[in-house]
Design a protein around this ligand. Structure first.
Ligand SMILES: Nc1ncnc2c1ncn2[C@@H]1O[C@H](COP(=O)(O)OP(=O)(O)O)[C@@H](O)[C@H]1O
Ligand SMILES: [Mg+2]
Length: 258
């Protein structure tokens, strides 16, 4: 039995691919009668992107943003038998075990440039993306949804890219802590001047205890051992170190760098 803080539900049916997404996420139904957008562990980017999704969604919530509820989707590749599309079949076969599910928001639509409720959410999104070094929130690809009159953030697999450099062992948290982040392509870059006015408030919502709680949500089986961190607990601790180090600096705030 694998340890995960996320609720685990079983996939009962693969419904349809979401072709717009680069990672071929798909809509699935599960045995809790829920409908989820499934991010597959067998997709090209590997399981680290799922880890980033869980951590950053948790951070978003702590910062007062809305993001779809997450579950771990247990996939029995036997459902691939009912799938005609060969690419999807391969993906399902490569994804036995726990995958990431984000609650499907029916009737949501893509961001249209108007932030409901003023600029509060926009500044928070910008701060979050600077903190986690998310490069995936541009006008081309906002990864924002509007649902029931509110702004929802999705798709955080491209954040925390430092972990892609862990193949030879856990790298130096100090480097991530000092890594600047550019708001130039960010959909809310025009709000950068407001960052100093929310920085202290948002920082105070986070600490290493919060980071540990978020890491406890991540299933063990997504936390692949690397040299120097050879079990899930050690990998979790490495993430907590990186996030804590980043929280201790301000170079990454676009305003501070200017
Ligand atoms: N929870 C959700 N509810 C409704 N639509 C979603 C949800 N998650 C993703 N989508 C839709 O699917 C698209 C692709 O999902 P996304 O998480 O952005 O994956 P990718 O990494 O492939 O870009 C999104 O742009 C959005 O239109
Ligand atoms: Mg996306």
């Amino acid at each position: 039995m694998t340890s995960t803080g996320l609720p685990v539900v079983g996939v009962t049916r693969y419904v349809t691919p979401l072709r717009e997404g680069g990672s071929l996420p798909g809509i699935v139904e599960a045995d809790d009668l829920g409908t989820y957008v499934c991010k597959f562990r067998g997709a090209g980017q590997g399981m680290r992107v799922l880890v980033a999704e869980v951590i950053v969604a948790g951070l978003a919530e702590r910062l007062g943003l809305r993001t779809p509820r997450l579950v771990a989707l247990d996939l029995d590749p036997a459902i691939a038998r009912y799938e005609a599309d060969e690419e999807v079949q391969d993906l399902l076969n490569a994804s036995a075990g726990l995958n990431l599910g984000t609650d499907f928001l029916p009737g949501s639509f893509g961001f249209d440039g108007h932030v409901p409720g003023g600029s509060t959410d926009a500044v928070r999104v910008l701060w979050l993306d600077a903190f986690v070094a998310n490069v995936d929130r541009s006008w081309r690809n906002p990864n924002l949804l509007l649902w029931h009159g509110n702004l929802w953030v999705i798709d955080h697999g491209a954040a925390l890219y430092f972990h892609h450099g862990w193949g030879g062992g856990v790298t130096d948290p100090g480097r991530f802590a000092a890594q600047p982040w550019s708001a130039d392509d960010h959909i809310f870059r025009d709000h950068a001047a407001e960052l100093p006015s929310v920085d202290v408030e948002l920082r105070n919502l986070l600490d290493s205890r919060v980071f540990s709680e978020l890491l406890s949500q991540v299933p063990d089986e997504w936390l692949e051992p690397v040299p120097g961190a050879d079990d899930p607990a050690a990998v979790r601790a490495a993430y907590v170190d990186f996030l804590t180090a980043r929280l201790g600096t301000r170079q990454w705030l676009p305003q501070a760098a200017a």
